[in-house]
Design a protein. Structure first.
Ligand SMILES: Cc1cc2nc3c(=O)[nH]c(=O)nc-3n(C[C@H](O)[C@H](O)[C@H](O)COP(=O)(O)OP(=O)(O)OC[C@H]3O[C@@H](n4cnc5c(N)ncnc54)[C@H](O)[C@@H]3O)c2cc1C
Length: 349
């Protein structure tokens, strides 16, 4: 590889993780982004949840997520932010009978996928988290679903890339053919569709950040009369509550209704959080795809590689995305693990 071989469009967690990986492999990298960190990566809750994010019909994604979760401790250590990575587990609770039945269904799925998860009675769930309200009827413990402070990850990645000599250009790429590099990696999150001509759409998500004592001990996910909410406590006292999910184009305005729904469901299962300070409300755009799995690999344009469409799991999938895209670019061969995520799979079908 010669100088300026690789350009990357997008300085979210995916673009920066790839930039760092490629410079570590001796390549020279330029990252284009008018506003690094302005996308989903600094809004995200940071759950690293290969178990509780698993869904029916998404087994290849579940396998990729699990493999990436295993890379996270070393990834955080390499960035010098081991304290931003929290290996406390996740407890998933349900409120009414239908919520409890849904937890049973999820447990069966996790076991079918070979993922470790343990059922809890309501009393056992409350032993783990004394703040849980009596309305909780059942629980699941996913001890290997961890979390990371995404803003610290993004800041550390920027610093690592700068230290490694990555060149940053503060501009939006509008046409891949105008980028002066041997290869362009499109990692522009929800804004990737135009650059790739592939189906990536923005899926809006609103989160609320509280501040309070660090007393939960676990990430809490809840089904509250059919609705879902999660509560991610950081050691710093930040508590991220999320997240809504809807398609409203590129609209990132926060709404009172979404804040109300998130807080109402949270306070039903964790009433004492009503005393916490309301710190922030943010909206981010998840890069969604037709099958909820990312687009990773070569495109119809031989100069363009896609690394986008990570939807709900881009934080979790950053380390494995960087490693596999690194392998692809360094060797010219598509790694086996990338094959289910071929960006052209929708054309083929
Ligand atoms: C509310 C919410 C909660 C989430 N929670 C989690 C979670 O708990 N765990 C998890 O794993 N994932 C979570 N996610 C998903 C995760 O945030 C995303 O999958 C991930 O951040 C995508 O990263 P990215 O780098 O691809 O995109 P982004 O972070 O969106 O970055 C894209 C970047 O591209 C730049 N850009 C756009 N267009 C161009 C262009 N033409 N040229 C150059 N640059 C361009 C933008 O300025 C931006 O900086 C959540 C997302 C949301 C919204």
């Amino acid at each position: 590889m010669t100088a300026t071989d690789i350009a990357i469009a997008g300085a979210g967690i995916i673009g920066l993780s790839i930039a760092r990986e490629l410079t570590a492999r001796g390549m020279t990298v330029t990252v284009h982004d008018p506003e690094p960190g302005s996308g989903a990566s600094t809004v995200a809750a940071g759950m690293l949840a290969p178990v509780t994010e698993s869904q029916f019909g998404e087994e290849p994604l579940s396998r990729l997520s699990l493999a990436s979760a295993k890379l996270w401790p070393e990834f955080a250590a390499g960035l010098g932010i081991t304290d931003a990575y929290r290996d406390t587990g996740t407890i998933f609770v349900g409120v009414d009978a239908a919520d409890a039945a849904e937890l049973d269904r999820q447990l069966k799925l996790y076991r079918d996928y070979g993922l470790a998860c343990q059922p809890l009675s309501a009393a056992e769930a409350r032993q783990h988290i004394p703040l849980l309200s009596p309305s909780v009827s059942k629980g699941l413990l996913a001890a290997t679903d961890h979390q990371v402070d995404t803003r610290r990850v993004h800041a550390a990645l920027l610093e690592a890339c700068r230290a490694a000599g990555v060149n940053f250009v503060p501009r939006r790429v509008t046409d891949p053919s105008t980028v002066d590099a041997g290869l362009l990696v499109v990692a522009a999150g929800s804004w990737s569709a135009k650059l790739l001509g592939l189906p990536v759409r923005p899926v809006r998500g609103q989160v609320v950040r509280l501040r309070g004592p660090d007393e939960l001990g676990y990430t809490v996910r809840a089904r509250v009369r059919g609705r879902t909410v999660y509560v991610v406590p950081r050691a710093s006292g930040e508590v991220v509550i999320g997240a809504t999910q809807d398609d409203r184009g590129f609209d990132t305005a926060a709404t009172a209704g979404d804040t109300n729904a998130l807080l109402r469901d949270t306070l039903e299962v964790l009433p004492e959080l009503a005393e916490y300070e309301l710190a922030e409300v943010n909206v981010g755009l998840r890069p969604g795809t037709p099958d909820n799995a990312p687009l990773l690999g070569r495109t119809a344009d031989p100069r363009v590689v896609a690394a986008t469409g990570h939807f709900r799991q881009g934080i979790l999938l950053a380390p494995i995305t960087a490693a596999l895209i690194g392998d692809l670019i360094a060797t010219g061969t598509v790694p086996e693990a990338l094959k289910p995520f071929d960006p052209l799979r929708f054309d083929a079908s």
